[in-house]
Design a protein around this ligand. Structure first.
Ligand SMILES: [Zn+2]
Length: 251
């Protein structure tokens, strides 16, 4: 199984062990710094930690980490040149499999500017992007995200994440891939399955988004095994368990 969005730097060794024993072979760790980012050096240190430190820590328990780096909307800073220089280098060296997570959170002008600039870089380098949608005003902000994304990047390069029953209709007919985050306070297993049942399995990726907020490191295996118990066909289950992620991220 592949957990397509998590934050390894916020989690314990015990979680990595649980995930691996629970059947997750690979997880994609994204950037998000939960405290003030006053300057680009702090952010760069955070990104380097995810890239250079976390994969070894997870691998001790068998869990392979793939890395997505970028400027999370909550960490938007004006003076961001050194981050963009590093992103270009990581893309060239194939150190990262995507730019992410990026997107809009409070929907400020600065967030929009940094989001757009990262989409332009992704389009230029044909990189995949992982796009965050916020907990607050999700539908309203998703509309802005969609507009900015469609203006700046081929939607086939983009996964729009943390989508739920209230927001899915806004993007289901576009060429985006869609991320379902199964997490306490965000979405239960049952809601993810209701979406898959209604819209079919082809466009979707599953993830736990485990972070410093309430999280369940086993939410992907729980969803996959519930699909199995409910009698869904194995080839459909495999799509959301790993196949769609493998083909989207070229894993
Ligand atoms: Zn996240």
């Amino acid at each position: 199984m592949i957990d397509t969005h998590m934050h390894a730097d916020a989690r314990s060794s015990e979680d990595f062990e649980k995930m691996f024993i629970g059947g997750i072979d690979t997880a994609i760790s994204c950037s998000y710094y939960p405290y003030k980012v006053n300057n680009a050096e702090i952010l760069l240190n955070h990104l380097n930690r995810i890239l250079n430190f976390e994969p070894k820590r997870a691998m001790e328990y068998g869990l392979e980490l793939k890395i997505a780096l970028g400027i999370h909307p909550a960490n938007s800073i004006k003076d961001n040149e050194i981050i963009f220089d590093s992103l270009k280098e990581w893309i060239d060296n194939k150190d990262i499999i995507a730019i992410g997570e990026i997107g809009l959170d409070e929907n400020t002008e600065l967030e929009k500017e940094v989001f757009k600039k990262q989409l332009e870089l992704a389009e230029e380098t044909k990189s995949k992007v992982i796009v965050h949608t916020p907990r607050k005003n999700k539908l309203e902000v998703l509309k802005d995200i969609k507009e900015i994304a469609l203006e700046n990047i081929n939607p086939k390069l983009v996964v729009i994440d943390h989508i739920n029953l209230n927001t899915i209709e806004e993007i289901i007919d576009d060429d985006f891939t869609i991320g379902l985050t199964v997490q306490p306070q965000k979405m239960e297993v049952e809601e993810a399955i209701e979406i898959l049942d209604k819209y079919d399995f082809d466009k979707f990726l599953l993830n736990s988004d485990i972070s410093n907020k309430p999280s369940d490191p086993l939410s992907v295996p729980k969803t996959v095994r519930t699909l199995k118990r409910l009698g869904y066909k194995q080839d459909k289950i495999d799509k959301v368990a790993f196949k769609n992620a493998e083909s989207f991220f070229n894993l």
